[in-house]
Design a protein around this ligand. Structure first.
Ligand code: PLP
Length: 391
């Protein structure tokens, strides 16, 4: 572990004592963050530092030294418009082996989802997607007054590809795009590479499919693969990636998509490239190069996920198998009061998701945060006999 990680960990250990007793958060007071509309509690900066932040699937360790150095160096451009940007578009294009004309940046991949929705759901077009999935996109879609065709998840919380194909065919004239989140937020389950092929081969080739790979870097399953090669094949596929998760730049706002030129041309008029700051562009270039730090984050996150999930299962609670830096636990009772109980104990956990009223989403934080979560869980919920309600 490098010094940066060691420092972060000490800071969180220091926060435990204060978080356990002294916090006075008001559970009802939630505000929306302008970028991405992530609900967050109003706290003072000092209170925020003491919380175990397991609500937003962030990287708890912060950017590595290499990225901090690149961003610090870019501060000198803070007063400029026409600054050198570190070559971020070329770096992304090279990283994926695609021409730069296939890359579009956004101030977070959430911005790209919004742009795709705005561009592709004009004229009363509808979006086909799983229910339950990343709902921030659907909020944007609702604001556009575009209709969502919801395909229920399978009983094991995986996405139902044959039903998705059927929904596209049944509504072909109206469908503006399909949204496929893999690993899916909030369930953490993947769509396998075979299923992606089945979907793309099973629907009319002119229906755009947006494949959200925000959690790509955490997957170990050999049946999973990026869908970027489909873009090079000329399929109507938009693959979204973010620097907010494995690269720890959520607060800096940088994401991108890889898509065919024709789709980028449709989306570009709605994209706000000027919303992306100089500093994160340099940070993004450094992040793409720092594969060692990302490997460490993945390994540590997966170990902590395994440990926490095992503890919950042993305590009698079913957990949805996850391939991401979060998981869902079945509480067998409504989620909202549980969120408030965790908050009283200084632990922020995921928001409720429509369609999964008894499943709590928990992000993987540091070792200290995960033990605070497990202690709080056992304080709030009784042990139950072996779970018998599926995954
Ligand atoms: N897509 C998914 C599935 C997410 O979970 C998130 C954020 O949590 C985003 C996109 C947006 O991330 P950002 O706008 O920070 O890149």
């Amino acid at each position: 572990m490098d010094e940066k990680h060691a420092v972060s960990r000490r800071r969180f250990v220091g926060g435990v004592t204060s978080a356990l007793g002294l916090l006075t958060l008001e559970p009802g007071r939630l505000v929306s963050q302008a970028a991405g509309q992530v609900p967050r509690p109003q706290t003072t900066p000092d209170e925020y530092d003491t919380l175990a932040k397991l609500a937003n699937n962030e990287n708890p360790y912060g950017p590595p030294e290499s990225v901090m150095k690149a961003m610090t160096g870019a501060f000198k451009y803070a007063n400029r418009y026409g600054y050198p940007d570190g070559g971020i578009v070329d770096a992304i294009a090279k990283h994926h082996g695609v021409p730069r004309e296939n890359v579009m940046l956004g101030a977070g991949s959430g911005a790209i989802l919004d742009v795709a929705g705005t561009a592709l759901l004009q004229d009363d077009r509808r979006i086909v997607s799983a229910e339950v999935s990343y709902d921030v996109l659907f909020q944007h879609v609702t604001a556009l007054k575009a209709d969502q065709i919801k395909v229920p998840l399978l009983p094991d919380f995986r996405q139902d590809i044959p039903a998705t194909i059927a929904a596209v065919h049944a509504n072909y004239r109206d469908v503006g795009m399909v949204y496929l989140c893999s690993p899916n937020n909030p369930t953490g389950r993947i769509v396998t590479r075979q299923e992606v092929a089945q979907l793309l081969d099973g629907i009319p080739s002119d229906v755009p499919v947006l494949i959200d790979e925000a959690y790509f870097h955490f997957v170990d399953d050999p049946d999973y693969a990026t869908s970027i090669p489909y873009v090079l094949e000329g399929r109507q596929v938009i693959v979204c990636r973010t620097f907010s998760k494995i690269a720890a730049l959520a607060g800096m706002r940088l994401g991108y998509c890889i898509a065919p030129r024709s789709l980028i041309q449709r989306m570009r008029p709605y994209a706000d490239g000027a919303a992306i700051n100089a500093i994160v562009k340099w940070g993004g270039v450094a992040a793409l190069a720092d594969t060692a730090s990302q490997a460490w984050v993945k390994k540590t996150t997966l170990e902590l996920r395994g440990k926490t999930v095992a503890a919950l299962r042993e305590y009698g609670y079913a957990v949805v198998p996850s391939d991401a830096n979060f998981f869902m636990v079945h509480l067998r009772r409504p989620v909202q009061p549980a969120i408030e109980e965790f908050r009283k104990r200084g632990v922020l956990v995921g928001r409720p998701f429509a369609g999964l009223p008894e499943h709590l989403r928990v992000s993987i934080g540091t070792a200290d945060e995960m033990s605070r979560f497990t202690v709080a869980f056992k304080d709030i919920f009784p042990a139950v006999k072996a779970s018998n309600d599926g995954p």
